[in-house]
Ligand binder design. Structure first.
Ligand code: GDP
Length: 581
């Protein structure tokens, strides 16, 4: 069964209407043709099959009819439609390269989720292959998701037991569940879902995503024949713990930390822990977010993991990329080392495995990519600007960026050479348009490929599908660049660098929590530093060594854990070998 289904074209409105139409039909036909025709064998217009051109003309007419373009630089909301439905597919044959060397299963229909098969066309071919062991684990997880997922008898039984307070894992099917509670911005969510997924794989649990309102508008289903979305409660009066997840907000007596401090858990003389009652609780919250307490951090200990293994339902509350912490958890280390011989390729593989933009989002990404001219540039430089300190003057951030670009020679210093075949284009992503305008003034005359900003949303919005679709599009557009300059501490940038497999130049941020920005708070020197790996940073790890019973320096525990350049107490996975990104 194809979980994504055919479905009618989804129509999601823009956050704001575009003003005037500046793009002509022929230009749009050109863009659409590039978008829909097979890249190979489609180099010249004369070589195009008539059907391609016809489809492109039809698509372009629909675009112009459905909405107008704003600034030529912007990504009009009208692109977020499922034009792909019924149109000529980009790929004629699906090869191992399109399935990312075995990472992806072919058990999905191509039209239901084009990005799943077309991602490889828009990203450079990679020497970093998934290991056979990782691939085997993914196929095993897919089978588990199908066997125990929503709609199965096993899932119904497990929900019934949860609702009636029975802490029992069914002996017949052995199905246990991990529910990720969605909160925070999209970048945080994507890193947290990746972490939850890896934890589910390691502990043989079914991953379900309590995805908020827009998860299905953003991402295709990752597992064939089932859904990863937690089914919505059918009754307002339901008292199921599953209906209260969004109300958790960080507080419940049923957290691992609270349980460990209560008499629900017995600690033996040798330090082993067990449930005091004959049966474990039916569910527990795993509180792994921001400032979390000592007892919640014991999640990263072997003894506590054994305790958790007996609980049928776990609800994970995190906005963090906890994966480096899983490598430091003794029972998981061997498995993880086998799954990821290249330790710094975890998000690179799992992000590409899990996240496939839906057809409307993919259409917006690929059409913008071609119509803006980014596709034709020999070198695409992505600049992601995220400012956390509201009062920080934008000139300071801009100065940091310009110094970084100059010091690291990321863009041409003069206009000489503009227009050569190795033309350069710049992609700017930011909530504000101010940076784009200044960067365009500074570099526009030096780069033949132009300076582009798909959107400027003004501010972060919550539970707004159109806003999140734009954010996702921009993460993917950044991931199609050759060079990245990102803002430190931003998970938005981490997702882009991870999907791309690029070590970005990271600009440190001014302290976020200071009440007011002032001159001395700015970390100006150096203006940017190269990230030590493509992996995201785990911002708030546990420093507690469970066996030693004390805090340790995490970057000294194993050679593949290092400090992040942008977050003082953060850690990240790096590779011990000489493989280069
Ligand atoms: P972080 O806060 O930088 O770690 O990243 P998140 O993605 O978790 O949250 C920031 C949110 O603000 C994003 O998900 C977007 O909704 C919005 N946002 C921030 N920067 C941009 C940007 O450059 N472009 C767009 N479209 N949205 C952005």
């Amino acid at each position: 069964m194809d979980a994504q289904g055919g479905g009618a074209a989804r129509r999601v409105g823009t956050a704001k209407q575009q003003s005037s139409s500046t793009t002509t039909l022929p230009a749009l036909v050109e863009a659409m043709t590039r978008r829909w025709c097979p890249l190979r064998g489609c180099a010249t217009r004369r070589a195009l099959p008539a059907v391609c051109v016809a489809a492109a003309v039809a698509g372009a007419v629909i675009v112009l009819a459905a909405g107008s373009w704003g600034s030529p630089n912007e990504m009009p909301g009208s692109l977020f439609f499922d034009y792909a439905q019924g149109s000529e597919p980009l790929l004629k044959n699906i090869t191992a390269e399109h399935l990312l060397d075995g990472l992806l299963t072919a058990n999905f229909s191509y039209p239901s989720c084009r990005s799943r098969y077309e991602f490889a066309v828009h990203h450079k071919s990679s020497p970093h292959k998934p290991s056979p062991y990782l691939i085997a684990k993914l196929r095993k997880q897919e089978a588990l998701q199908q066997r125990c997922g929503p709609g199965t008898a096993a899932h119904k039984k497990a929900v019934r037991r949860l609702d009636s307070g029975e802490g029992v894992v069914d002996d017949d099917d052995g199905c246990r569940y991990l529910v990720y509670i969605s909160y925070r911005g999209l970048g945080n969510r994507m890193l947290a879902i990746t972490s939850a997924f890896l934890y589910a794989v390691l502990t043989d649990r079914v991953l379900l995503v309590d995805g908020g309102k827009d998860a299905d508008a953003l991402f295709c289903e990752p597992f064939p024949g089932t859904t990863w979305l937690l089914p919505r409660a059918t009754s307002w009066f339901s008292r199921s713990p599953l209906t209260r997840l969004q109300g958790y907000e960080g507080g419940s007596t049923e957290t691992l930390g609270n349980m460990l401090q209560s008499d629900a858990v017995t600690v033996s003389a040798d330090g082993n822990v067990s449930w005091s009652a004959a049966r474990p609780p039916p569910y527990l919250y795993l509180h792994l977010s921001g400032v979390y307490g000592f007892h919640d951090k014991l999640f990263f200990c072997g003894a506590q993991q054994r305790l958790l293994g007996e609980v049928p339902w776990l609800f994970m509350w995190t906005d963090n990329y906890i994966v480096p912490g899983l490598f430091l958890t003794p029972p998981f280390r061997g498995e993880l080392e086998a799954m990821f011989p290249e330790k710094d390729a975890v998000f690179y593989h799992l992000g590409r495995y899990l996240f496939h933009p839906t057809n409307p989002v993919w259409n917006a990404i690929t059409t913008y990519y071609h119509s803006s001219g980014l596709a034709g540039a020999g070198k695409r430089v992505g600049v992601q600007i995220r400012v956390f300190q509201k009062k920080q003057p934008p000139q300071v951030v801009l100065g940091q960026l310009v110094s970084c670009v100059r010091d690291e020679k990321l863009l041409p210093e003069t206009s000489a050479g503009k227009g050569t075949s190795s033309s350069v284009a710049v992609l700017v992503t930011s909530l504000s348009s101010w940076y784009h305008e200044r960067i365009r003034d500074e570099y526009g005359g030096r780069v033949a490929g132009g300076v582009h900003q798909p959107s400027h949303e003004g501010r972060q919005r919550w539970r707004d599908a159109a806003h999140d679709m734009r954010a996702l599009s921009e993460m993917y557009l950044l991931s199609m660049c050759h060079v990245l300059v990102t803002s430190g501490y931003s998970t938005f940038g981490y997702v882009a660098q991870g999907l791309a497999g690029l070590r970005p130049w990271v600009m440190p941020r001014a302290p976020m929590w200071a009440a007011d920005w002032r001159e001395g708070l700015d970390p100006r020197e150096p203006p940017c530093r190269r990230a030590v790996s493509v992996e995201p940073c785990f911002h708030s790890p546990s420093y507690y060594d469970c066996a030693a019973g004390r805090d340790v320096e995490l970057d000294k525990v194993t050679p593949y854990i290092s400090r992040c350049v942008d977050v003082k107490y953060g850690i990240k996975l790096v590779n011990e070998s000489s493989s280069q990104w």
